[in-house]
Design a protein around this ligand. Sequence first.
Ligand code: ADP
Ligand code: MG
Length: 170
Amino acid sequence: REAEEPPLSFETTSPEGTHTFGEILAGVLQPGDVLCLAGDLGAGKTLLTQGITAGLKVAGQVASPTFTVLNVYEGTTADGRDLPIYHFDLYRLEHPAELAEIGFDHYVDAGGIAIIEWPEKFAEFLPEKHLWLSLKQGESATGRVFELLPVGARYRELCEELKQVAHSCD
Ligand code: ADP
Ligand code: MG
C-alpha cells in the first residue's frame, strides 16, 4: 500500500506573514481557480484574501466582507490580463437556495478567481475541484497554520508549484 503524503502546510507568525503568504499564493493562481478558506472567526481568511488580491495587483483596499456576501475585485495577471476575483463570505447564508440567488455558480464558472470564506457551511454545493485551505491557530497568539488539501489534478499541480516558491513567509 502506498504511503500517504503528509498534508502540505505552511506557517506564519504574524499578520504580515499571512499577507505575504497570500501574495505568494497569488503568483501560482490561474484563471478559473477556486480557493476554499475554512477556519474560525479571526483565523485570518480575510487577511489572506487581502494578500492574494495585493498579489494580483488589485488597486485599493479590500474590505472585510463580513456583511457582504460577494465582493468583486479587478485583478491583473502577471502577463497583464484582467483577472476578476470573486470573494464570497457565506457566513450569513442559511440555505443552499441562497447560493443560487446570489449567482454563486455563475461567478465560480466565470473564469476569474473564486475565494470562498466559510465553505464548510455549504461543502456539498461547492465546485467538486478546488483547493481547500484550513486556517488554524498556531502555537503563539499571532501564529497561524495553513493546511492545504488539493482536490483534483489542477490543484495538486498548484500545490507542487507552491512548494517550490513558498519556503518562508516571515
Ligand atoms: P477571518 O476572516 O478568518 O475571520 P480576519 O482575517 O478578518 O479573520 O482577521 C484575522 C485577525 O487575526 C486580524 O485581526 C489579524 O490582525 C489577526 N492575526 C494575528 N496573527 C495573524 C496571523 N498570523 N495571520 C492572520 N491574522 C492574524
Ligand atoms: Mg473574514
